[in-house]
Design a protein around this ligand. Sequence first.
Ligand SMILES: NC(=O)c1ccc[n+]([C@@H]2O[C@H](COP(=O)([O-])OP(=O)(O)OC[C@H]3O[C@@H](n4cnc5c(N)ncnc54)[C@H](OP(=O)(O)O)[C@@H]3O)[C@@H](O)[C@H]2O)c1
Length: 196
Amino acid sequence: MSAHGINEWALDVTQPGLETWLEDHFRNHGLPRFFVWCIGVYDRRPLTEYGTVRMRTVLDTNLTALLVALRTVVAAAVEQRSPLRVVVVGSQASVNGGTDAVYAAAKAGCVAAVKSVAREYGRHGITANIVSPGPTNTTMAEVMGDERRRHYESTIPIGRFTEPLEVAAAAVWLLTEAPPAITGTVLDVDGGLVRR
Ligand SMILES: NC(=O)c1ccc[n+]([C@@H]2O[C@H](COP(=O)([O-])OP(=O)(O)OC[C@H]3O[C@@H](n4cnc5c(N)ncnc54)[C@H](OP(=O)(O)O)[C@@H]3O)[C@@H](O)[C@H]2O)c1
């Protein structure tokens, strides 16, 4: 447990304390060279069935918490003159829209946030990119149901869902071997679903 009573490896990012948790973590373990944000919630709920409280929670989880985390890690990197590579997991929903307007809107906000960080802090040695998955074989995709899954499988050019390891491989590449000139971009990892 940290000094703030938060289990070091279990934190609800919608609750106050994310910034303090990160600052404690950097103090105890050093500033990271790489920062990956993968957290997300997806209700697959029509907009008309969203209550305002749940709407705020979905926005907070998918977007506000990311902004808080980016503010914290970028400020620390700038202060310590430390290079930093950021990767945020977005979603094809940010381009195509989706069956959850709140989720799609939050993911579109993530893209704008990352592009802004790339633009504002590039001269400080900070790169920031989005990895944007299509439907991927994780528990999140299970809410979709068989009919929607079949629809996607017939629509995705490679004829199948993305595997989590394919998303991870793209993130690792951006964090390691990718040229630093690649920043502020969105890398689609979706079997060809989004064609920009
Ligand atoms: N699967 C897809 O089809 C798909 C498609 C496009 C984009 N994505 C994106 O891929 C990323 C990973 O999702 P996934 O598919 O791996 O889904 P997942 O299995 O549901 O994972 C979601 C993750 O977010 C964490 N999380 C949710 N709410 C949180 C909160 N309030 N505080 C802290 N952590 C929280 C969960 O932690 P716990 O396990 O502790 O709850 C879990 O680790 C997400 O950003 C998602 O939007 C997924």
